[in-house]
Design a protein around this ligand. Structure first.
Ligand code: XMP
Length: 511
């Protein structure tokens, strides 16, 4: 394992990520993590300044380089000019007894494109350190200790703007730290299944909600591999799912993946409660969230009562949750002592309410890794690459009151849009796409009749983190085809518009 210590850089999790792409297991911890509390010894450390007592190689990145300098001589910092953006790095090679310090740049070009993002920089080399790289603005863009395996770099190897950055991290982790590249998805599956079995025991039972999305499906399949029918999946049909969604998910999960699934059709209950809510999207969210918890809770009780009778199983004591590593990172990132660290949320406080213990098999994984895990478990590619879908479903894509008729229109239009996106081979280039139904009427002519019908707004975005997003640049022919189909095939719609708002200032959803 390579330990990545976070000093509050927005990029820290990317370092962990790049190492994992090299199949090297890596964990991120806050820089104020007490070393004595670590139950394992890392093969190497990235970032930090206070870690020299561990006696393993250290790579300081950006602020980490300055930490190394501070530790070895202080008074070497100057913080005048900010440097931000592309830079060309000149690598300096050494010979004789100093040649070993070049290992960080072995196999890389002498002129390297790198990404800089820092305020302070070194103005002087700490004692016993040598320069291994420079840029026009930073005379000490890379430094190395003459005899210890301590390296510092001012640029960011973990971002894509440093094209050879992953190779540099590999030089550090594999050549210098001797980390093994053996952290593969196959191993993860074996290890995680063994961990789940040990945790849950011979008779333990687990319950968990599935939505048809990637994370919950992958988590459910993993549980199913580990404990078979002692895992109970529950899908709640809230009446605002996509067209044919409940049936499709049921078929895929039960017939396709062998998961023990109960589908609860609570659509009338949800739609009854949504009736009359017109101008308050947050209220829609609240009603759907609370009702979901009630329905899940009731279903869990029924499943528990039914399971009680069977002698081979014990009580349901566990709740499965599809928490991912970004949620965990969010709660452990070091943002300075003054900031309260957000603890990641459990779905509506379910575990406390139901007195269940949490089981989170995906909490070590990034989204791409969850998709890989899904493929590994035999989940179809189409499902593994699915766009996210919000818990409140179509209710926040139907602007205004949610009625069965409005749900029908939104569903049919959305289905045509997504079908055409798939047919055009664009689905995987788009991060999220949907049709929203606007609560206004416009005039149109259909055949030789004047109509007064509703407007559908199409939305499709590209994003990596869902925090910022750009609208997808479809070509005109594609939009023409979708528009024609929706107006012709969906009763109640006479116009289609395309939403060309980025996030920010827009959000991805319409409400
Ligand atoms: P926004 O609209 O905030 O969306 O730009 C960012 C991502 O979050 C999803 N989203 C939700 N997911 N419950 C959810 O489970 C919600 O209330 C909710 N609101 C937005 C949205 O689909 C997008 O992927």
């Amino acid at each position: 394992t390579i330990l990545v210590l976070d000093f509050g850089s927005q990029y820290t999790h990317l370092i962990t990520r790049r190492l994992r792409e090299l199949n090297i297991y890596s964990e991120m911890l806050r820089c104020d993590q007490k070393l004595a509390e670590l139950s394992w010894k890392p093969k190497g450390v990235i970032l930090s300044g206070a870690l020299f007592e561990l006696n393993v190689p250290v790579l300081g990145i950006c602020y980490g380089l300055q930490e190394i300098a501070w530790h070895h001589g202080k008074n070497v910092l100057a913080g005048e000019k900010r440097e931000y953006g592309h830079a060309t790095l000149k690598v300096e090679r050494h010979s004789g007894k100093e040649a070993h310090i070049d290992r960080l740049f072995r196999g890389l070009e002498d002129d390297m494109e790198v990404w800089m993002s820092h305020g302070d920089k070194l103005s002087q080399l700490p004692p016993k350190f040598l320069t291994i790289a420079t840029t026009t603005n930073a005379p000490f863009a890379g430094i190395a200790h003459e005899s210890q395996e301590y390296y510092g770099i001012q640029f960011h190897p973990e971002v894509t703007h440093t094209p050879r950055g992953t190779d540099l991290l590999k030089n550090f982790a594999v050549d210098i730290c001797k980390a093994r590249q053996d952290w593969t998805m196959e191993k993860f599956v074996d290890k995680e299944i063994a961990r789940i079995r040990a945790l849950v025991g011979e008779k333990g039972q687990v319950i968990g909600a599935v939505s048809g999305g990637v994370d919950s499906t992958v988590a459910a399949k993993l549980m199913n591999e580990a404990i078979g029918d002692r895992f109970h999946a529950v899908m709640v049909d809230n009446g605002v799912l996509r067209l044919n969604e409940a049936k499709t998910v049921k078929d895929t999960l039960t017939k396709g993946l062998g998961i023990n699934l109960t589908v609860v059709d609570a659509s009338e209950r949800f739609l009854g409660l949504l009736k009359g809510i017109k101008d308050d999207p947050e209220k829609k969210r609240k009603v759907i969230g609370n009702t979901f918890i009630e329905v899940f809770d009731e279903t869990a009780e029924e499943i528990a009562a039914a399971a009680e009778g069977s002698s081979r199983a014990g009580k349901i004591e566990w709740l499965l949750q599809g928490t991912l590593y970004p949620d965990v990172v969010e709660s452990i990132s070091f943002k300075g002592p003054a900031v309260t660290i957000k603890s990641h949320h459990n779905v509506g406080g379910l575990p406390e309410r139901m007195e269940l213990k949490l089981i989170e098999p995906l909490r070590e994984l990034f989204k791409d890794e969850v998709r890989d895990l899904g493929r590994n478990l035999g989940i179809p590619e189409e499902l593994v690459m699915r766009h996210p879908f919000p818990g409140p479903g179509l209710a926040i894509r139907i602007l205004g009151e949610v009625t069965p008729e409005q749900v029908r229109i939104a569903r049919e239009a959305d289905d045509i849009f997504i079908t055409e996106i798939r047919a055009a081979g664009l689905y995987n280039q788009i991060s999220q796409a949907f049709a929203a139904l606007l609560p206004v009427k416009a005039v149109g002519v259909m055949g030789d009749k004047r109509v007064h019908d509703q407007v559908i707004a199409l939305r499709a975005v590209e994003t990596t983190d869902f925090m910022t997003a750009d609208w997808f640049p479809f070509d005109g022919q594609f939009l023409k085809r979708v528009s024609r189909r929706i107006v012709n095939e969906v009763q109640g719609v006479c116009r289609v518009v395309y939403d060309i708002t980025s996030k920010p200032p827009g959000t991805i959803e319409m409400e």
